[in-house]
Ligand binder design. Sequence first.
Ligand SMILES: [Zn+2]
Length: 541
Amino acid sequence: MLAKDLRINELIQRDPKTGFPQYGGQRLLITGVATLKRFYEDLYNIIGPERSAILFTRMGYDNGLAGGLALKNMYEFESPVQLIKALQIVTPMVGMAREVNSRFEYHPEKNIFFYTGEWMHSFESLIWNLHQTGNSSTPLCHMLCGLAGGYFSAVTGRDVLVKELSCRAQGNECCRFEARPIEEWDEEKDFFHEIIRADSLDQELEFLRSELNRSQEFLKKQQQEIQRLKQRTCRPGTVEHGLIYRSPQMAKLIELAEIAAPNDSTILIQGESGTGKELIARYIHECSKRCDYPFLAINCAAIPGTLIESELFGHEKGAFTGAEKSKPGLFIEAGNGTIFLDEIGELPFEVQAKLLRVLQQKEVMPLGSTRKKTVSARTIAATNQDLTQMVTDGKFRKDLFYRVSVFPLFITPLRQRREDILVLARHFLSRLNDSHPGFTPEAVRRLQKYDWPGNVRELENCVEYAFILSRNLPIQLEHLPVSINLDTDESFAGMISDFPTPKDLIKRYAKQVVNHTEGNKTKAAKLMGVSVPTLWRYLQE
Ligand SMILES: [Zn+2]
């Protein structure tokens, strides 16, 4: 075998069983230079330039040694000279550099070995250039020197040290290096021994161990801090109650809810529809000492005014037409639990008076009965209306308002806490299929931009809709409901929101069509039914 006859794609093969790339029977790991750059930087910062130089050289040396020995075993080379020349194939093969202008002398019988050459595009000089803009004061291609040294040591059977004389990282055109047996070098001997001697590794380990301890201390402190922050923004238990959030507004709300939970005061939850008022009410119930008793919810808007009274307070048999059986009513059924009165603003005026009495006296008198029953349930009310305004308008009793709003909570609409949108969307998606591949970046942007007038409930419906359309592929724009796709700044409504002149409007419209055709003006003109020059005119006006 001659060096020039080596083929990289034959040297690097795939393991038929695992598919892993391998060279000379050893599995290879492919790492990007940009990734390595991080590693170089970290190591430089942690253990300093001298120690990193030793480690990188040693890594290269071991690599070169193994690579050289493998090559020696792989083929029958015509002469040892061919094996030495083969380094010119190995160096680019592993992606480290391209070797040029090499010159060498090798006379084993006279103990002569000398090799010199140049590296073009050394990956280490590239890392240095990625790392900083100024020139280095010293050569930096440690792993390359190590590789060549290890390789020559393997093929000559002597300890060979490679030194970089000048480096690209110093501002030179290329890197120049020289290889000689170790005894021919003077001051570099110690360095060489550091590289190949095992005991230096012990020192290194000792040093690294102390560094590690220091880092672990630091990490521990950081983890404590993260834990503390986590508890503040996402308390354990809130997730299982469906309370998914990242916003400070929701964190504050949950905190208030937890403070209010153990007390028995009436709570009024206000917020637009779909914000999850019942979820908060349930959470308060779960956090209270009433959690082992029932949580009964009633939507005051969903029950006809004539029936709501008996639903809430119960009735005796025959109290009214159709009352064939007596009914205890929710306040009694709830026992020591919690009653959630949703849409309390919809309660008929006369029922409001009765509710007030129940809340004040903790007693209920079922319809048609003469005996009062003691109420021990707690009341949580909710509304999406402006109760203060309703009080002013005379539609809601002032005294009841003060009675129920002892502890008011307000849920911020979703559009004012956009950081919750994605975590919620992902949560809903994972509930449908926890191995779904998720949302494309475009879909995420659209979800985060949309105003969500229907709040969390609308988002939940939207995710379910998109989930069905996506058929377990990543959710794209086209999978989102039309209403969400239309509502963007580029929509017609957005386009005319500032009352533009017709000329301006045409320009905006033309721009949007061009956006739609991804910049293809011929296509855009065709869509608009105008010629391309006309389209140009529209765009320039
Ligand atoms: Zn260099």
